[in-house]
Write a protein that binds this ligand. Sequence first.
Ligand code: ATP
Ligand code: LTN
Length: 333
Amino acid sequence: MENEQKKEVVFSAIQPSGSITLGNYLGALRNWVKMQDEYNCIYALADLHTITVRQDPKQMRKNILDAYASLLACGIDVEKSIFFIQSHVHTHAEMSWLLSCYTQFGELSRMTQFKDKSAKHADNINAGLFTYPVLMAGDILLYQADKVPVGADQKQHIEITRNIAERFNGLYGNVFKIPEGFIPKNGARVMSLQDPTKKMSKSDENANGCVHLLDPPEVIMKKFKRAITDSEACVRYAEGKDGVNNLMAIYSAVTGLSYEQIEHDFDGKGYGDFKTAVGEAVVETLRPIQEKYNQYISDKAYLEECYRKADEIALKISSRTLGKAMKKVGFVL
Ligand code: ATP
Ligand code: LTN
């Protein structure tokens, strides 16, 4: 028990905005699973974040349960970690309001995700899309997290979280732990198979660019076989070979092989052989996850039991930090 208390806290979240991708898995989820033994891990489905982009209500309900089952299938263990649903824990929305008054318009304007998403959804540049990083900062700070396992695209959001926390602490004393991002060496930025200059994303318009965790093996193989490469026909990691570099990064992440080893193994072979090998390695990595997903998704009562329990614990932990912050600001509690 004493040991338990000394463990560092890990917090992370994922939006249930669509079917989970290979990018999500290699960039973030795989680390979530690995960190469970060494840290006190707290994970969430960031469903409040998803409504910054318009969602179909029926599809959204399905996505939330699918994502919960998918994460259990990836190896999130509810005996070891707290895995809850953000919208069920009211402290998140409250903390977001509080912190928004300690966040500057200018710093939010510099967020690249806001710029990208507002270009993509030009007809719905809502205030929530703009203040999204504040909600995320609250998620992390509420649990006094030490480490935040995320993909490389979230680096800027971790940085603004630290800035907000330092500003608040500067005014009121040590209220928040200053968290650190935890970004993997391999797989931190999986790119689209159709446009390897863009990150692989759940909401990619080109379905062939994105591999989903639950894609059947033949679909995965087809997507890899169609992946964009170049005309050099040589498997090597080099500037300007974005498509091949991306395939090498994926292959290295799922097999553990170094780039040198991959170049050596495919010396003299064409892209066809390489794409097949990458596809097969990904299929094998995802096979056990897909089997477990099918078991979890057919037991909605079990899923509910898991998240209700976790929601309650998350509320208890986060209420402590919210109360402390509100008291410092001057609210009468
Ligand atoms: P959306 O397309 O709806 O913006 P997303 O696919 O970018 O969603 P998020 O829920 O925003 O996914 O991200 C969940 C986690 O997955 C984050 O830690 C993020 O950094 C990571 N991640 C997302 N896409 C990739 C990617 N292509 N490569 C590596 N990590 C990624
Ligand atoms: N913005 C994140 C999802 C997210 C998150 C968080 C990640 C919401 N709250 C807290 C880490 C910690 C994204 O991946 N787009």
